[in-house]
Design a protein around this ligand. Structure first.
Ligand code: ATP
Length: 455
């Protein structure tokens, strides 16, 4: 039996964000939130295909971070916490963007995002822009209130970063799960920031999701674990993209480092937006647990069961964005391929990794008006549907149906034709190479599972 191989994608030009925005809306990946009311800047909803892709991305992260590491466990914390948490974390005081405004074009800019010429001349980067205003501080935390009785309501915040719950639950997790240092706690969850300049689709939103690992170590082992997780996370991203040379580390300069950090690296990916942070790997030392010990009055130190040494664990943090992953993967996967014969058969294809693709297989009867083909195809779809996301489609000719599946990244299409009725075999078409093989129907589940499962 011929093996179907995934063909490596050749270097493709950078994809404009607008192409992804349009595909996402057209095919049901992402919609603007509250669109019928005019929308809300920086907030999005995920449609039927978007939620599948998003869930796959998150499940794959969880699988490789939690399930495959004996010394890592997971939690899911609440979005609202005690307000003191954000004082202890430093967010109430320091979680600010410094902004300038252009009186002419009315646009606001984060100082740290201004091009060097604008910084030097204090001029708006837009053509015909004016003199920029004095910088002002904006706190990014989103306020909310608990309680209904006026005067007794408690002001607090929607969490500005998800990882704080991990520090808050650290002691409970350590004791209830009998974890010994070194060990880690993972979480995937929503975070909220009043970004003053939300832009670039999912790249900078006001409501978004983060994935964090906080790995607790003895100070003498910090270097070793920092290196381990730094490399692990880099390889993880590398494993799910096609354009591998568009991924790099960027080490933070000494002026960017927090006072407790010895090292920090961003994993960056290059898109049409330039090289941008995808995930941060941070050397957090004992800052977080010490601060929460101090502010809460609860001692969060750890006693080594063998040596009886007592210390506040140091932390390696890996913190990335689910939505940025979603966007980067689409930018990485998107390709428009002109028809080599010059006929009207161009295709748009998403080269998503098969294990992340929202739909794994489409089952297509060659013709819709042949009852036996339709019944057989529906039967195959019903069997496959129990194992993976499968779509049945009999609308329009087979070429159009292949194109529709290519555009949403479906790695395999199964076609039921007249030969199927004779010998119980089907055609399996692979998305990237468009190569086809014939396979007995009863071998399909194994064939597909091997190719779309976590690896
Ligand atoms: P940036 O410098 O881009 O504002 P950050 O350094 O503040 O990001 P962190 O606080 O370290 O980001 O958050 C961890 C991850 O969360 C980032 O690497 C990014 O993937 C994601 N993230 C942060 N802010 C946003 C946002 N507004 N929208 C979408 N994802 C975000």
């Amino acid at each position: 039996m011929t093996q179907i191989e995934n063909v490596a994608v050749t270097e493709t030009p950078q994809v404009p964000i607008e192409k992804i925005v349009s595909l996402c809306k057209r095919r049901g990946f992402v919609y603007p939130n509250s669109e019928i009311y005019g929308g809300v800047a920086g907030i999005y909803d995920f449609g039927p295909l978007g939620v599948e892709l998003r869930n796959n991305i998150k499940r794959y992260w969880w699988w490789s971070m939690v399930q495959l590491h004996d010394n890592v466990v997971g939690i899911e914390g609440a979005i609202i916490t005690h307000p003191r948490v954000w004082e202890a974390s430093g967010h109430v005081e320091n979680f600010v963007d410094r902004l300038v405004e252009c009186p002419k074009c009315k646009q606001r800019f984060r100082i740290d995002h201004l091009p060097p010429e604008s910084l030097a001349t204090n001029k708006c980067p837009n053509k015909d822009g004016g003199e920029l205003s004095e910088p002002r501080n904006f706190n990014l935390l989103m306020e909310t209130y608990l309680g209904v009785v006026e005067g007794e309501r408690m002001q607090t915040y929607l969490r500005g970063e998800a990882c704080q719950n991990i520090y808050l639950d650290y002691d409970n997790v350590q004791k209830s799960s009998r974890m010994q240092i070194p060990f880690g706690i993972c979480q995937i969850g929503k975070a909220f920031r009043n970004e003053v300049t939300p832009r670039n689709f999912l790249f900078r939103q006001r409501e978004f999701e983060q994935w964090d690992l906080q790995f607790f170590v003895h100070p003498s082992e910090m270097e070793k674990w920092f290196e381990y997780w730094k490399q692990f996370r880099f390889d993880w991203y590398k494993g799910i993209i096609n354009q591998k040379d568009r991924l790099r580390f960027r080490e933070h300069g000494s002026d960017e480092l927090a006072h407790y950090a010895k090292q920090a690296f961003d994993i960056e990916y290059q898109t049409i937006l330039g090289w941008q942070e995808w995930e941060g790997i941070h050397w957090r030392q004992d800052w977080d647990l010490s601060r929460h010990s101090e502010y809460s009055g609860k001692d969060l130190s750890y006693t080594d069961p063998l040596t009886k040494e007592r210390y506040i664990p140091w932390i390696v943090e890996t913190s990335g964005g689910v939505d940025r992953t979603f966007l980067n993967l689409l930018l990485d996967a998107y390709e428009e391929q002109p028809d080599p014969t010059g006929k009207d058969n161009d295709r748009t294809v998403l080269h998503l990794h098969p294990m992340l693709a929202p739909v794994k297989v489409a089952v297509l009867p060659l013709q819709k008006n042949k009852e036996e083909l339709v019944t057989t195809a529906k039967g195959i779809h019903k069997t496959l549907q129990r194992l993976m996301v499968s779509q049945y489609d009999d609308i329009q000719n087979i070429g159009r149906r292949y194109r529709r599946q290519d555009e949403i990244g479906t790695p395999y299409c199964v076609t039921v034709d007249f030969q199927t009725l004779d010998d119980q075999t089907v055609t399996v078409r692979e998305r990237d190479s468009m190569s086809q093989i014939r396979l007995p129907i009863n071998e399909l589940p194994m064939f597909l599972l091997e190719r779309v499962s976590w690896k």
